[in-house]
Design a protein around this ligand. Structure first.
Ligand SMILES: *Cc1c(COP(=O)(O)O)cnc(C)c1O
Length: 412
């Protein structure tokens, strides 16, 4: 059999000393001495929270991404919740997202009392299919079924969805757009930074340690709309305002504050923001390194005759993840085989609509076939800027060996 493996030219497998299993996570943070110094400076200062570091971080992110406003919060999940609330999502409303995402992209709508539905993904980009969205909207309009108030496309693995097309559909069908760009700080769309909100109302980034840059836990909601910005700022801190232009009580003294709606404590600390500011200075280098590692994977995957996520010409990915498809009958054994060799590969994502909680809401297998097919074939290889070239060769060689292992693949 002339298998593509035979033409594979890789360095010999890297030997790890006996009794020592390598430990290669699928993603992890890098903490520099500069990060530690930045955090220490806050710890020695007067402000651990609600001080100057949070607005400085917000300004740095908005400058980097070309958005007008940024509201830093304690997680991307909180940012998605605030984004939905700011867009007035509530009981009786409908929010659409994709099944191929982390559960938070859908949960945020349920927090608001709204209903969630899903749009299937594109078979090659693994992101929301604009065609599937368009068809579903037309179908719902034709049958007089409810249309979404908000659509949340997810920039899966760090590459942008076709947000211009999604935004155009938003104008036609009257929905608003929240970009869940948790994976995609540092990516571009049509040559401009993801996060500029040109085609959306709000864009959300995550700063969880596996993402591109980190604040420990943290997230931010970016927008160009001053009202949405104010609304999210208020909701981040209990619904309280101290802004004299918003205070309702006439001739209120300077210390007066008012709770004007029901908000939360979703604030980011200055400790987190200082870490984020320091990390942000290395964003370009991190993304560059991720792209180099992805290019090496691309070559190996091509030679192996496997498929990886297609990156359309409209976007440059930040490569939060490197996702490939392997034959479904081998996928689970390859995942556990990698794990046995100290390589933490994983699945992004088990389809959200098939989670037990969502099945209780009425979803079932077969509802979103492309996302389900992806969920049966996908595998994320380790990718983070600290991944060494030798480690990457080890990952690729181990993958080659596991895929060639006929005992895991009775059909060939
Ligand atoms: C990580 C992630 C989130 C949630 O981010 P947190 O900061 O951990 O709350 C939301 N959506 C997607 C697509 C994610 O990957």
């Amino acid at each position: 059999m002339d298998s593509p493996q035979n033409t594979l030219k890789l360095k010999p497998a890297v030997g790890w000393p006996d009794g020592c299993t390598p430990s290669i996570p699928y993603g992890r943070q890098i903490i520099s001495e500069a990060d530690i110094a930045a955090v220490t400076e806050v710890l020695r200062s007067d402000w651990l929270t609600q001080g100057p570091a949070v607005p400085a971080f917000e300004k740095a992110v908005t400058d980097r991404c070309g958005a007008r406003f940024g509201v830093a919060v304690n997680s991307a999940t909180s940012a998605l919740h605030l984004a939905c609330l700011a867009l007035e999502v509530g009981p009786g409303d409908l929010v659409w997202t994709v099944p191929n995402t982390f559960v938070a992209s859908a949960n945020c709508a349920l927090y608001c009392g709204a209903d969630v539905d899903f749009v299937d993904i594109d078979a090659d980009t693994f992101c929301m299919s604009a065609d599937a969205l368009s068809a579903k909207l037309a179908h719902h309009r034709l049958l007089g079924k409810p249309l979404p108030k908000v659509v949340i496309p997810v920039h899966f693995a760090g590459q942008s969805c076709d947000v211009a097309t999604i935004s155009k559909l938003g104008i036609e069908y009257g929905f608003r757009v929240i970009e869940d760009a948790s994976h995609a700080i540092g990516a571009t769309y049509q040559g401009n930074p993801v996060g500029n909100c040109r085609y959306s109302d709000i864009t959300v980034f995550s700063f969880h340690p596996v993402k591109i840059i980190t604040t420990g836990e943290g997230g931010i909601a970016l927008t160009n709309n001053a009202q949405l910005n104010r609304r999210m700022q208020r909701l981040r801190s209990h619904g309280i305002t101290r802004d004299p232009t918003e205070i309702l009580q006439p001739s209120a003294p300077a210390w007066h504050y008012e709770q004007q709606e029901l908000g939360f404590n979703y604030r980011m600390t200055d400790i987190q923001a200082a870490l984020g500011l320091s990390q942000l200075q290395r964003l370009d280098g991190y993304v560059e390194r991720r792209r180099e590692l992805a290019a090496s994977y691309d070559e190996a995957i091509y030679r192996l005759g496997l498929t990886s996520q297609r990156v359309p010409t409209w976007t440059e990915s930040a490569y939060h993840l490197y996702v490939i498809h392997v034959p479904s009958q081998q996928r689970d054994s390859v995942l556990s085989g990698l794990s046995g060799c100290g390589i933490q590969a994983t699945l992004h994502y088990p389809p959200v609509h098939l989670q037990p909680y969502y099945r209780h809401l009425g979803y079932a297998a077969g509802d979103f076939p492309i996302a389900e097919h992806h969920g049966q074939h996908a595998l994320s290889l380790p990718l983070h800027p600290g991944l060494g070239i030798d480690e990457q060769y080890y990952v690729i060689n181990t993958l080659v060996e596991l895929l060639a292992n006929k005992s895991t693949n009775p059909e060939t």
